[in-house]
Design a binder for this molecule. Structure first.
Ligand code: MRU
Length: 350
């Protein structure tokens, strides 16, 4: 896979992120040295996409503790917990954020007897492990997804579940990159994804840079391309999968799933197991982020509605599991009944 975009890097003791708010017009990398600046990068979406948020949070937490007091575990833990709780407030929906922070906290708790300087190194290694595992996970998701696809298919995707949302390959885009390596010609349709336009500014950019055939459509064109027979499968990513298989993803995904059902098109969800939240029983209790009204009425440098318009801007929606043909994880493909089969996925760990 050949693509020059690097979502996240750790370089010279600093976190380096590509600033996704500037894409596709400017490729700008920014360095982060404090937990506060990482919080801000997640909040304003310089880094976004569930797995990438998790990786950034791991490094962010390390930045928050690297200068913490070393004389006692209690004093160290206080700083760590404060930094972790603070990072957890950056965005509410992607469960990978909380998953990564909990993973870091557990390393600290399990090694509370260790010399604090050594524990800091161990926490850094854990952040690196979260980062490195992501690449392997995505490749496996891609391989599993590829078994459901064929050469020459038309595929619709929504938002960006690409390499820019992860560390490499992406989740929904992983089979697209792998298909390209195999010499297949998939035809990808990228919903532009209002209001933040992750489909046109990010997905179309990264696929085009990799030489993959991608066509941008507005969200309202999805029904038309399906009706015209151009779409053989929908593949989306997710921010959180509930224990019953309900899927939270970028606003608009629910509508795409309803259309896919109408046109008898399989609706696939690419999900690393780190995005499956067994503690959330159904989609109803997934916290849905609401973002600033300016995203909706002022995304193009000028107001597209009256400045004082009433605006509703939920950033995510929930697709009921009935609309999901399969959830594709690094550990295998899960189909209905989801509550039972998702549980099995985790039990196979033992
Ligand atoms: O608001 P965003 O851009 O962070 O939303 C991203 C998505 O909805 C993605 O589809 C999801 O996080 C999966 S990324 C592999």
């Amino acid at each position: 896979m050949d693509n020059k975009l690097i979502t996240i890097e750790w370089k010279n003791d600093k976190l380096v992120l590509i600033d996704q708010t500037k894409l596709p017009n400017e490729i700008k990398y920014e360095e982060f040295e404090t937990v506060e600046s990482v919080w801000d990068a997640i909040q304003v979406m310089k880094v976004r996409g569930a797995p990438a948020i998790g990786v950034a949070a791991g490094y962010g937490l390390y930045l928050g503790i690297k200068d913490a007091p070393e004389e006692s575990f209690e004093a160290f833990w206080k700083v760590l917990k404060e930094a972790s709780d603070y990072l957890a407030t950056s965005r509410p929906t992607a469960v990978n954020l909380f998953w990564a922070l909990e993973r870091m906290e557990k390393v600290a708790e399990d090694n509370s007897n260790m010399d604090i300087a050594d524990l800091k190194n161990l926490l850094f290694e854990e952040a690196v492990a979260i980062h490195k595992e992501d690449e392997d996970t995505n490749k496996k998701i891609g391989e599993n997804l590829l078994t459901l696809l064929e050469d020459k298919m038309g595929i619709l995707t929504h938002c960006n579940a690409g390499l820019l949302a992860t560390t490499k390959y992406g989740t929904a885009t992983a089979p697209m990159y792998l298909a390209k390596e195999k010499g297949w010609d998939l035809k990808i349709y990228a919903d532009e994804t209002r209001p933040r336009l992750q489909g046109s500014t990010l997905t179309a950019l990264e696929l085009q840079m990799a030489g993959i055939d991608v066509t941008v459509i507005t969200d309202s064109m999805a029904a038309t391309v399906m009706d015209q027979g151009k779409i053989n499968a929908v593949i989306v990513g997710t921010d959180r999968v509930a224990a019953n298989g309900d899927v939270a993803n970028k606003i608009g995904t629910l509508g795409v799933s309803i259309l896919a059902k109408n046109y008898n098109i399989p609706f696939y969800v690419a999900a690393p197991t780190s995005t499956i939240d067994l503690n959330t029983k159904t989609g109803e209790t997934i916290p849905i982020e609401e973002r600033d009204k300016e995203e909706v009425i002022n995304r193009f440098g000028e107001y597209t509605a009256l400045k004082d318009s009433n605006v509703y801007n939920p950033a995510f929606d929930v697709t009921p599991h009935e609309n999901v043909t399969a959830i594709i994880t690094e550990k295998g493909i899960v189909k209905a009944p989801y509550d039972e089969n998702i549980k099995k996925l985790f039990h196979n760990d033992n």
